[in-house]
Design a binder for this molecule. Structure first.
Ligand SMILES: [Fe+2]
Ligand SMILES: [Fe+2]
Length: 420
């Protein structure tokens, strides 16, 4: 008896060691195999197997086996009567020879006989079937004692708990994966809707076709250069795509006027930031700044913008980024009454206006993005696609941008990087 007790303590120590492997998906089959070998070794049993229970097929799937032979079935199906009986039995070893009334033992009678399996232990953990243990005869040829059965029972509980925990983890992983997919689908739907919306805004304005889409892309590039994280970059792009959503309510004639609009028309047009804010703020965006970008994208650092004439740090940061992207697109595309301006002139203008209309580090971020592309460091050619090859091939552009970056004070004491 004492020797048995000693073995039992030793085996439990080893099983406890296995515990940490349970959470490792790849190590789990190994955990089950080792548990089986420990169980067989601790009572000197000739052969045996451990199976996991699959609720979907009502089947035991063999997870580890020793000495059962190649013919032993991998999957063993249960009927409801078997399951009910096993659940009622709990974790105690069932003598197969005495349980042949159950359909399970009738169906697999030949397999059990051929593999010389004598004991069957349903692994019932918290009233739930998680697996089973099959055991052959003892090496000594002796009958299983009640003490042996206790050991089997205790180790079965340990193996069963390991399987139950693994099942729980697998279920958790499955749900997490499901949630992740759902979230991705939602996110894709949201960005698709935003882009469709941007295209709808742009279709109203025949002269500035593609303006919102381009502003979205410039905003994205600038925010990446500012070192923002993936979510912030995506949010910034959305803010860019939707910044002019308020124009949907402005008279098409004013937007498309082939002349400089008068003061009354200008007042009508200048309502679009506030209207945009009213349209966007009731929507639950994944990025809270989106409505603010619409409202304040015509504000200027020096307080001479509209609608509120905010001054520098009163302006939400995202609105400053969109403001630059918006102005940059206006300067580099043909307008009804004005051709687009040459590249050198545009960049010179941006440089001179940083600290007045634009935040210097945001202008610097735009320039850095351009330098990266012109120097070949960045191969995605996004500016080339947005501005055209000819424009990007303007002689002297790269040295000029580099010079400007050197000359410009990259940060203004009045501005700061990051979302407000
Ligand atoms: Fe606007
Ligand atoms: Fe705009």
């Amino acid at each position: 008896m004492d020797e048995n007790r000693h073995k039992l303590i030793h085996t439990f120590g080893a099983l406890a060691e296995l515990g940490h492997q349970i959470s490792n998906k790849n190590a789990f089959p190994e955990t089950i195999r080792t548990s089986l070998h420990l169980l067989l070794g601790s009572i000197a049993i000739m052969r045996g197997g451990v199976a996991r229970f699959s609720r979907f097929g009502h089947e035991f799937h063999l997870a580890a086996a020793r000495g059962l032979g190649d013919d032993f079935p991998f999957g063993l199906t249960l009927c409801h009567e078997d399951e009910r009986q096993f659940l009622a039995n709990g974790l105690y070893p069932i003598e197969i020879a005495e349980a042949k009334v159950l359909p399970f033992f009738q169906v697999y009678d030949n397999s059990f006989e051929k593999a010389r399996v004598e004991l069957f232990v349903p692994l019932v953990i918290r009233d739930e079937m998680v697996g089973a243990i099959f055991l052959g005869e003892k090496a000594s040829g002796e009958q299983y004692s009640s003490y042996d059965r206790e050991i089997i029972c205790a180790m079965g509980r340990h193996i069963g708990a390991a399987i139950a925990q693994r099942n729980m983890l697998a279920e958790l992983e499955r749900r997490t994966e499901e949630n992740r997919k759902l979230y991705e689908d939602l996110r894709a739907t949201y960005t698709d809707t935003v882009r469709a919306f941007a295209a709808a805004i742009d279709s109203k304005d025949k002269y500035t076709e593609g303006h919102s889409v381009r502003v979205g892309k410039y905003t994205e590039i600038i925010s990446r250069e500012l070192g923002w994280g993936p979510d912030e970059i995506e949010g910034a792009a959305v803010a860019g795509y939707l910044h002019d959503v308020g124009k949907l309510t402005v008279d098409r004639k004013i937007i498309n006027a082939p002349y400089r609009i008068n003061a009354k028309e200008s007042a009508e047009l200048n309502r679009h930031p506030s209207v945009g804010f009213n349209i966007l703020s009731p929507i639950h965006h994944p990025y809270a700044e989106v409505p603010l970008a619409a409202k304040y994208h015509h504000e200027r650092l020096d307080g001479r913008g509209y609608p509120e004439g905010l001054y520098d740090k009163e302006i939400p940061y995202i609105a400053k980024v969109v403001n630059l992207a918006d102005s940059f697109d206006a300067m580099t595309t043909d307008r009804p009454y004005k051709r687009r301006r040459p590249a050198n002139e545009v960049f010179d203008d941006l440089r001179r206006n940083s600290g007045k209309q634009f935040a210097p580090e945001i202008v610097a971020a735009l320039f850095k993005g351009l330098v990266r592309e012109l120097s070949g460091e960045n191969k995605d050619r996004r500016f080339r696609r947005l501005l055209g090859r000819e424009y990007m091939d303007t002689p002297g552009l790269l040295p000029m941008l580099r010079r400007s970056l050197n000359e410009m004070n990259p940060t203004s004491p009045l501005t700061r990087i990051g979302f407000d």
